[in-house]
Design a protein around this ligand. Sequence first.
Ligand code: SF4
Length: 217
Amino acid sequence: MPRPPVPNATPSGERRAAFDGLVARVQACQRCPRMQGRARVLSRANGPLHARVLFVGEAPGRRGGDRTGVPFCGDQSGALFDTLLAAAGLRREAVFVTNAVLCNPRDAKGRNARPTRAELAACSDYLQAQIALVDPTWVVALGHTALQALRRLAAHPLRLPADVGRAVAWNGRWLVALYHPAPRALLRRPLSVQVEDYRQLARLLATAATGPAAPPA
Ligand code: SF4
């Protein structure tokens, strides 16, 4: 699969400087009242800036990214994500991982909560900037909220569960939908099925590396 037309290709030094500038803006961000006191989970620890694959989750978890400063790290979702990445033959150090919102939203009882539409909108330009800077060939949406956030940047037809493991041309890249690696998602999509989903992702990536040049459905 050839790559769709790519909007830009920033030299690596400029890319690092631009990313560090973005991180500084994010670390100072006060747009969302509910995120006061939460970590802004964006840094070089999210992954290499030249990554070919960029994953987008929902939000940092209370016991995960908010505590460790790294998305999908330190909680059950992170452990599951590592298991699924291994099923796809992907090393965590080789992919860039971020979230639709960069801070951990909590409900009134202090539990992880879904980001609101306003929070997704507030963080949308940061997501756009990350994708533009990393410039991945593949963007992988982990769950409904990630698909929703990416739809804000450019239209796409992907829905879960109908389109899990399907690749579509999107915004000069390929976009793939997978389930979010949260324990609650296992109730709807068991681990064995999600392992197959990630093997399907591996096949897509391998096809793209070696041809043939078949466009995605
Ligand atoms: S979620 Fe995004 S927009 Fe909201 S405070 Fe955090 S960094 Fe800022």
